[in-house]
Ligand binder design. Structure first.
Ligand code: ADP
Ligand code: MG
Length: 708
């Protein structure tokens, strides 16, 4: 049987047929709960990986605890457990080892913890130690230990895996100890269902353990070295199959989807190039070259253009659009907000003024007459550039000759991938711009199906921006500083946070502050307020006034985050900076430092802010490198939150972490792409294991992504 990907179907299934309830340590009741937790088969169980390990060398005797803020692991026997009241009700246990005592306390889920711990249990606790009439841990990570393994852990230096738990599992009496017992049996009796899924030459040339050994050592490590090697192999495997999927997708789109070959030279592009008042950066030149090569080829372009705020992405995109237009096609530039659409329209039509080209702006407030006029042009196949919000694609307006779509995602990620455009019947070349750059290797994993160009160089002559963090009690000093600068001819932004959930209150806070500042510190300075509730015309007037320098201070909610480019603006004051994410703060900061004067970014916060907010402020004061900031942001928020859980196409790894394991990721990518180059349909005998596994696990994703 041949499947539609061209990959021959597997002829034997790898799945085991053993019902997990018959595995020692499980039984029918637990099997049911495990199945509910997504662990229905032996494979599922094997791939339920430890969340952490305890190594005897890391265990600190209770007599040697320190309150130095370091996280430690301790082991002891529960001597007392119960509920007490201080200001609040809490649950406590006291544990003891040969050297001392420690109390652990929990303020929530009290009843549940009461059921978990009994006097006489042996437990491992991990957390930070504090001191209050004795050593304490609040809400530590915990695990129960049992029988022989306790002996092993304490005396023979065995490394103990700790498994992720959940309320449901805990209620059924399934904890790390249970899992360790289950694995004891699985490893003895069922390891043979694990089949090699990498080609032999990769396993040997990369020095990997076999798949079986990897599972063995990950669940029952006999040494740190074996554990590390087992983990490395399994992480590699996750990357490898993800990259294999990308490689296959790429291959099949190159084979099947017809695209446009923009072969004609572009006099407008040349004209624009010659008219530039500056020289392009080497990075811009390289990106344009890459884009031109893509557009020339008959395969649809699928490229991501990454670059920090101010790195000059618009210019690159404009050149691509000119190439499309000179080839007789229409180009669309889609941006996330109307303000940004207007800004782009303003800049681009000014830059292209001498080139005899139609540039139109389409937005919510566009009159129906103009709208009709634009849509008539679009349907007439007239080559042109249309700028609008992302709604452009959803609107009923039909491009007759759409050749290029540029999507500006600004501080979001390149989430609007080709698939969502293809869904709407668009088979144009696609260029996605994002100002939240992530390191190249990461990009390869996240946007694996896209080609990536990077503007890793800023136009010369940019003044550095000095970033400071100040508490609210310094407000009058800050306003005085702004006043002085503005009186000396510079301009300033003051930004207030505004989030959907508390929009009304936020707007009120911004408005009140604005009214107050207007009457006090800035009474003799032209100040205006910009917020999302204003109509397009009002916004335009405000922006125009600030652009021309008539207004000196722009007080605003976050609407200015994107795309505004005023060279005389040198100060960015961010109120309640603790409420912004790192990427947003960085975007806001990117609004200043565009002229030839030294610029400042002031992060103003209350005195008491959360630890992670403090970290964000510190990172902002330490670097202006957008790549670095995105990476820190990713570390702080974690993979899922950073990209947004619901965003499609984002990889979910069980073990691998694209940041920490980027070398493995690189390796896996190279190997997977090489493999598909040599064996595009995985027909070779040596790739049989790869094929079986791919079909079992990834085939459906591959088909899905083809369908959409
Ligand atoms: P981005 O969209 O990447 O944040 P923009 O495209 O808005 O950046 O460019 C920021 C500013 O830098 C614009 O005013 C643009 O005209 C200017 N610019 C772009 N490329 C160069 C260059 N090579 N040299 C000097 N200035 C440049
Ligand atoms: Mg831009």
């Amino acid at each position: 049987m041949e499947s539609s990907s061209g990959i021959p179907a597997a002829n034997n299934r790898m799945s085991s047929t053993v019902d997990i309830q018959y595995i020692k340590g499980i039984g029918p009741k637990r099997a049911e709960v495990l199945a509910k937790a997504g662990l229905a088969t032996i494979e599922d169980l094997f791939e339920y990986f430890p969340r952490r390990y305890i190594d005897r060398r890391q265990i600190v005797p209770l007599g040697q605890l320190q309150t130095d803020g370091e996280e430690v692991t301790v082991i002891g026997k529960v001597e007392a457990a119960g509920i007490r009241y201080a200001r609040k009700r809490f649950f406590y246990i006291v544990i003891r080892d040969e050297t001392g005592l420690l109390e652990a306390i929990w303020f929530n889920a009290i009843e549940q913890f009461k059921r978990v711990f009994s006097v006489g249990d042996w437990v491992a606790l991990s957390g930070k130690v504090s001191y209050y009439r004795g050593y304490q841990m609040t809400h530590p990570d915990f695990d129960k230990l049992g029988g022989a393994e306790l002996d092993h852990t304490l005396h023979t230096g065995k490394i103990l895996p700790l498994y992720p738990g959940s309320d449901m599992l805990r209620k059924a009496g399934i904890n790390s100890y249970t899992f360790r017992r289950i694995f004891f049996n699985l490893l003895q009796n069922h390891l043979n269902i694990i089949k090699e899924n990498l080609p032999e030459d990769i396993v040997s040339s990369r020095g990997f353990l076999s798949r079986r050994d990897s599972f063995r050592f990950v669940h029952d490590p006999d040494s740190g070295e074996h554990l590390d090697r087992g983990l490395a192999r399994l992480k590699y495997e996750e990357f490898f199959f993800q990259q294999l999927l990308f490689a296959l997708q790429r291959n099949s789109s190159k084979l099947k989807d017809p695209g446009i070959a923009f072969l004609k030279p572009s006099p407008r592009l040349e004209g624009y190039y010659k008219s530039l008042p500056f020289t392009m950066t080497a990075a811009q030149k390289k990106a344009v070259k890459e884009i031109r090569a893509d557009m020339k080829s008959p395969h649809p372009m699928n490229r991501l253009l990454q670059g920090d705020v101010g790195s000059g992405k618009t210019l690159v995109a404009t050149m691509a659009m000119l190439l499309a237009v000179d080839n007789g096609y229409q180009a669309a530039l889609m941006v996330p907000t109307e303000i940004l659409a207007e800004q782009h329209y303003f800049n681009i039509s000014r830059a292209l003024g001498a080139l005899d080209i139609t540039v139109r702006l389409l937005r919510g407030s566009t009159s129906s007459r103009e709208r009709k006029d634009i849509s008539v042009m679009m349907e007439s196949e007239e080559p042109m550039i249309v700028i609008g919000t992302h709604a452009l694609i959803q609107e009923k307006i039909s491009f007759r000759k759409l050749g290029l779509v540029v999507v500006d995602e600004q501080h979001r990620f390149g989430v609007m991938q080709r698939a969502s455009l293809t869904e709407k019947g668009i088979n144009a070349d696609v260029l996605i711009m994002t100002a939240t750059p992530i390191p190249r290797t990461l990009a390869l994993s996240v946007y694996g199906g896209l080609d990536v160009s990077v503007l890793d160089e800023m136009p010369p002559g940019r003044m550095p921006i000095q970033t400071v963090w100040r508490f609210d009690d310094k407000a009058s000093d800050i306003y005085e500083f702004i006043r002085e600068r503005v009186l000396a001819g510079e301009q300033a932004y003051i930004v207030f946070p505004l989030v959907e959930e508390s929009e009304k209150m936020d707007l009120k806070a911004a408005t009140e502050s604005f009214e107050k500042l207007k009457k006090t510190e800035f009474r003799d300075i032209p100040v205006t307020l910009l917020h999302g509730r204003l109509s397009s015309e009002e916004k335009e007037t405000v922006m125009g006034d600030f652009n021309s320098g008539r207004v000196k201070i722009l007080v605003s909610t976050t609407v200015i985050e994107v795309g505004i480019d005023v060279k005389a603006a040198t100060i960015m004051l961010i109120e309640h900076a603790e409420r912004f994410g790192l990427s947003q703060l960085h975007q806001l900061r990117g609004r200043v430092g565009r002229g030839d004067k030294k610029s400042f970014c002031i992060l103003k916060t209350p005195f008491n802010i959360s630890e992670t907010a403090q970290l964000r402020m510190k990172i902002m004061t330490q670097t202006t490198d957008g790549f670095k900031i995105a990476e820190e942001d990713l570390k702080l928020r974690g993979w899922g939150d950073f990209f947004g859980k619901r965003q499609s196409g984002m990889p979910a790894f069980k073990l691998a972490n694209p940041i920490e394991d980027r070398e493995l990721l690189n390796l896996a990518r190279r190997d997977a792409f090489d493999l598909i180059k040599n064996d595009p349909q995985l027909r070779k005998e040596e790739n049989e294991g790869v094929r079986f596994f791919f079909i079992e696990r990834y085939q459906s994703k591959f088909l899905l992504s083809k369908v959409s």
